[in-house]
Write a protein that binds this ligand. Sequence first.
Ligand code: SAM
Length: 238
Amino acid sequence: MTWQATALTLFPDMFPGTLGHSLAGRALERGIWSVEARDMREYGLGRHRVVDDTPFGGGAGMVMRPDVVAAAIADIDLAGRPLVYPTPRGRRLMQADIRRYAAGPGVVVLCGRYEGVDERVLEASGAEQVSIGDYVLSGGEVAATVLLDACVRLLPGVMGSGESAVEESFSDGLLEYPLYTKPAQWDGRDVPEVLLSGHHAAIAKWRRAASETVTQARRPDLWAAYQVVTGQDISRTA
Ligand code: SAM
């Protein structure tokens, strides 16, 4: 069954965009997933199809109107799919969310513009509010593209046997170990000896240690959670 993505957007031409290329693009051609971009302007008010208005309470910018956004949502058959609103005000989007979305029938992504969407329609629709990072984009389409790309690569049949989601970053709560390819010597730098040894157990041990080192150095938040899960004493290792 095709995994169905719908983007509610004021810029339907932005889809599939980069998702029409490479891995996701080939999967799109093969019908593993589909994407429909719904133009929210069609639900705008009056001759000018107005979709936004000034914020109550004053302040800069415009806010997307709840009646317009609600009409766009109501016109969609969610068919068991979660409605997701990417926003810097959301909780952080995690690989666990991506796995959950990928395991379902698809997602509907509400792409905000201007200062964002009226809070009432977010409450009423029960949209999941997720952030792709602590920075502010100009619109939700790029965030939607990030979310969809991460989902699509997990769909059955998308990644070839040469690619794997099993050992990559976040799969076991750690960042991935460093990667090396040919040549074994480059610019005066050698590939770690153990990777050339052919000893699978030694390589696995080295990779696990390297994953732990990089996670501890770069992501104290992940490292702390990993300590809890593995039952290690953080005070001895941190
Ligand atoms: N006024 C909002 C704030 O301060 O939180 C920022 C609005 S932003 C200019 C316009 C739209 O871009 C948002 O409604 C959201 O859909 C999207 N967006 C911006 N940054 C994002 C992020 N870090 N994660 C997810 N979506 C984001």
